[in-house]
Design a protein around this ligand. Structure first.
Ligand code: C2E
Ligand code: CA
Ligand code: CA
Ligand code: CA
Length: 275
């Protein structure tokens, strides 16, 4: 038993070693990517449930590495956060999203995702104002999406940044709503403008009655607190139908449109056929 125990430990050790090695190599490549500009943004539409019109676009980062190929954000964002690279990456996303959105043929809003370390910067508002000024984008065309992870940071800083940004006209959304531990208490403590219902709830719409009850509750909560609600991850006509019945006004998901290039987003806004 002792021997097999040691072997298990050795194997575990080896895994950890390889993991750490892979982490370091990813970190090196990420540093290089920041320096040489290997990122671009794609845009996913948020649509009105009734008219089908595009109400806004969410900017999503893409990393195309010369050898690794496409690396998904779910893999590299956590590494960037640990390595302290999320600040330069986040600044690039903000600048790029603002300047690309300023060139769109219709004044729809752009939503930018921010990691906790980025949103917790003391000079965040100055950074946002500079990005908007440089791009010539009015503040009310920008949404910032944050997750509950943010609330583990200094509550003072979160509140100050939210208050200042909202005073400028920027809107703040609580992303992945319902996946954390205390979504409700955050809504009470922090002045959000909108919430995005996580796709895990949307996915089960039409399957049994629980998901519908949950989405229904979030929607009435949103109405009472005067928050816009966006349902994310809508993939089927059935889900869309259910959301219409529940009078959810904004939807996002593969059924409405996948994340697309800047050119395709512009074409979509011009009313040209997609694809
Ligand atoms: P998120 O902010 O919740 O973004 C939604 C994710 O769901 C995106 O994945 C999107 O492509 C995907 N998605 C959209 N519609 C559907 C659908 O109908 N079905 C399914 N299965 N998926 C759908 P993506 O682009 O891979 O991004 C993953 C996560 O990485 C994002 O989740 C966000 O947390 C983070 N992320 C992406 N871009 C940025 C960024 O610029 N900055 C930061 N800090 N995080 C980012
Ligand atoms: Ca998001
Ligand atoms: Ca989300
Ligand atoms: Ca997420």
């Amino acid at each position: 038993a002792k021997r097999s125990g040691r072997n298990t430990f050795a194997l575990y050790d080896e895994y950890m070693e390889r993991d750490a090695e892979e982490q370091r190599s990813l970190e090196r490549d990420l540093r290089e990517a920041v320096a040489t500009g290997q990122f671009h943004l794609v845009y996913q539409p948020v649509c009105s449930t009734h008219s089908g019109e595009v109400a806004s676009f969410e900017a999503l980062i893409r990393w195309c590495h010369p050898v690794r190929g496409h690396v998904p954000p779910s893999l590299f964002i956590p590494v960037a956060e640990q390595a302290g690279l999320i600040l330069p990456i986040g600044a690039w996303v903000l600048e790029t999203a603002c300047s690309e959105a300023a060139a769109w043929p219709r004044p729809v809003r752009v939503a930018v995702n921010m990691s906790p370390p980025q949103f917790l910067q003391h000079d965040l508002c100055d950074q946002v104002r500079r990005a908007l000024d440089r791009a010539g984008l009015p503040p009310d065309r920008l949404d910032i999406e944050v997750t509950e992870g943010l609330m583990l940071g200094d509550e003072e800083v979160v509140l100050t940044n939210m208050t200042r940004l909202r005073a400028m006209g920027v809107r703040i959304s609580l992303d992945d709503f319902g996946t954390g531990h205390s979504s409700l208490s955050y809504l009470r403590r922090f002045p959000f403008d909108r919430i995005k219902i996580d796709r895990s709830f949307v996915q089960n719409l039409g399957v049994g009655t629980e998901a519908r009850a949950i989405v229904h509750s979030v929607l009435s909560l949103g109405r009472n607190l005067k928050l816009d609600i966006i349902a994310e991850g809508v993939e089927t006509e059935l889900q869309l139908h259910e959301l219409r019945m529940l009078r959810c006004e904004l939807v996002q998901g593969y059924l409405l449109g996948k994340p697309m290039t800047m050119d395709d987003a512009v074409a979509l806004l011009r009313g040209a056929a997609q694809g």
